[in-house]
Ligand binder design. Structure first.
Ligand SMILES: Nc1ncnc2c1ncn2[C@@H]1O[C@H](COP(=O)(O)OP(=O)(O)O)[C@@H](O)[C@H]1O
Ligand SMILES: [Mg+2]
Length: 452
């Protein structure tokens, strides 16, 4: 009979102790320990004796045998397609579209590709309804509704699929552990078994996982360390745009994003995000500015809007949607101190249009320009793009990939560019005088003098 013991696990990082602690010694978070019953395995896993170290020169390389998913935005985020035997975690808030994306991927993969879709959340009939809406119909996609991991393992063995989809990890439990589905040890155990299975049998595994309010995938952080790739699906609930972001990728670059639009017939790829996101922009309005951001390897133009209004009573309000709140207050402090704009009795609302989250410092100057524009009540010429990071002394700092940003903006017909002086050399290489005008600023004040 296996021995049961009680342990305490940090829900943030997975650190284990024998007694409850207020503060985790590993990640320094408070109040994160949860009690779990853990059964030790009755049989130790046999060490495989067949493994041998080999010289790196003798290893036969798996050449680029990535499987294209058929959804190019997803392929881009994965780094060019699915790497066989890899484990991919797709995280996101409930209702954001994880199941939709995974089911659509099943439909887009080649018809000969054998897929096992395991749902712990919905019955096969419910999935069928969704599949019909998404026009997914391929007899090589096998469906099962199951939450017992031991049964799931048997089904996988029976079916012998090339790809397994587990939707979601929080609903599945292993009989060997007494804790409830979704608990730290269950999630970790199941992910661990799936990783071993993927590496051993060459099956590719996609795991859907819910995300907590704090933005972490529910379950221990170790889950993120165990899998090869972590994708986050995000977006504003009331917006139709969804962003798939790669936050970890052993086989490709991180921070790559894919953009989709959620419609009745499923997720539609947005191939030209700059154009789509700038569509319907109110031109020549004060407080609106276009910035050129780079997400992963892709340049993207976005509109930032600011509204500065007098505070009627009490403390001035600051509200940031799509950009970091602290960054906004810092940038407003720069405007006060270095440009002399008296914003202390004004409310400020700043929004990135389209529900996109921008955390690139290259958008700082854009935020400053939109705030200044609304404060002065002066519109910025609608053919202008603003790029630059802003430092605490009010200096405009150089940014990376300036050429990509300029080329993308030029493609969309922008004519006037406010850029960091430190980027002059790289910018001049893609300059086409007569067609576009590049203006270089060393300080925020100088940049604003070009705009207003
Ligand atoms: N009949 C429908 N028509 C249009 N959109 C739908 C329909 N049913 C569901 N959706 C969209 O799909 C979303 C649910 O997606 P789903 O893949 O189930 O999310 P998750 O698996 O991340 O919880 C809903 O939020 C809604 O936007
Ligand atoms: Mg779902």
């Amino acid at each position: 009979m296996a021995k049961t013991r009680t342990i305490f696990v940090c829900s943030e990082c997975g650190y284990e102790t024998g007694k409850w602690l207020g503060k985790c010694p590993a990640c320094n978070m408070w109040n994160t320990f949860v009690e779990e019953k853990q059964q030790s395995r009755s049989k130790p896993i046999p060490a495989s004796g067949s493994q041998k170290a080999v010289p790196i020169t003798d290893i036969i390389k798996d050449t680029e045998d990535r499987q294209k998913t058929g959804i190019s935005e997803l392929d881009r985020v994965l780094g060019g397609g699915i790497v066989p035997a890899s484990v991919v975690l797709v995280g996101g808030d409930p209702g954001i579209g994880k199941s939709t994306l995974l089911l659509q991927m099943c439909g887009a993969l080649p018809r000969s590709h054998k897929i096992l879709y395991i749902s712990g959340e919905e019955s096969v009939r419910q999935i069928k309804l969704r599949a019909e809406r998404l026009s997914v119909n391929n007899p090589n996609i096998l469906m099962v509704s199951e939450t017992n991991f031991q049964v799931i393992e048997d089904i996988i063995e029976q079916v012998g699929p090339q790809t397994v989809i587990l939707d979601s990890i929080q609903t599945v439990y292993s009989e060997e552990l007494t804790s409830a589905p979704g608990s730290v040890s269950q999630v970790r155990e199941i992910a661990g078994r799936l990783v071993v299975m993927a590496k051993g049998s060459g099956i590719t595994v996609f795991i859907a996982g819910h995300v907590t309010k704090e933005g972490a995938i529910a379950g221990p952080r170790v889950l993120e360390h165990m899998v090869d790739t972590v994708l986050y699906f995000e977006g504003e609930r009331h917006q139709n745009y969804r962003i798939l972001r790669s936050v970890k990728n052993r086989f490709g670059s991180t921070n790559e994003i894919g953009i989709f639009e959620m419609r009745q017939e499923g997720l539609i790829e947005v191939e030209n995000p700059s154009m789509t996101l700038l569509d319907g922009r109110a031109e020549n309005q004060s407080g609106s500015v276009v910035v050129a951001s780079v997400e992963g390897t892709r340049p993207m133009l976005l509109e930032i809007q600011a509204l500065i209004a007098p505070t009627i009573f009490g403390m001035p309000r600051r509200m940031a949607t799509g950009i970091d709140y602290n960054r906004l207050t810092m940038l407003m402090a720069v405007l006060e101190k270095k440009v002399g704009m008296q914003l202390y009795n004004y409310d400020a609302y700043v929004n990135v249009v389209g529900g996109i989250r921008l955390d690139e410092p290259a958008c700082d100057l854009g935020v400053i320009s939109s705030v200044a524009g609304s404060f002065k009540n002066k519109p910025i010429d609608s053919g202008t793009v603003v790029v630059g990071e802003v430092g605490l002394t009010g200096e405009v700092r150089a940014v990376s990939h300036i050429d990509k940003r300029i080329i993308e903006a030029k493609r969309l017909g922008f004519k006037k560019f406010i850029l960091p002086a430190g980027n002059k050399k790289q910018s001049d290489r893609v300059n086409t005088p007569g067609e576009i005008e590049l203006l270089f600023a060393e300080t925020v004040e100088e940049a604003l003098s070009y705009l207003f």
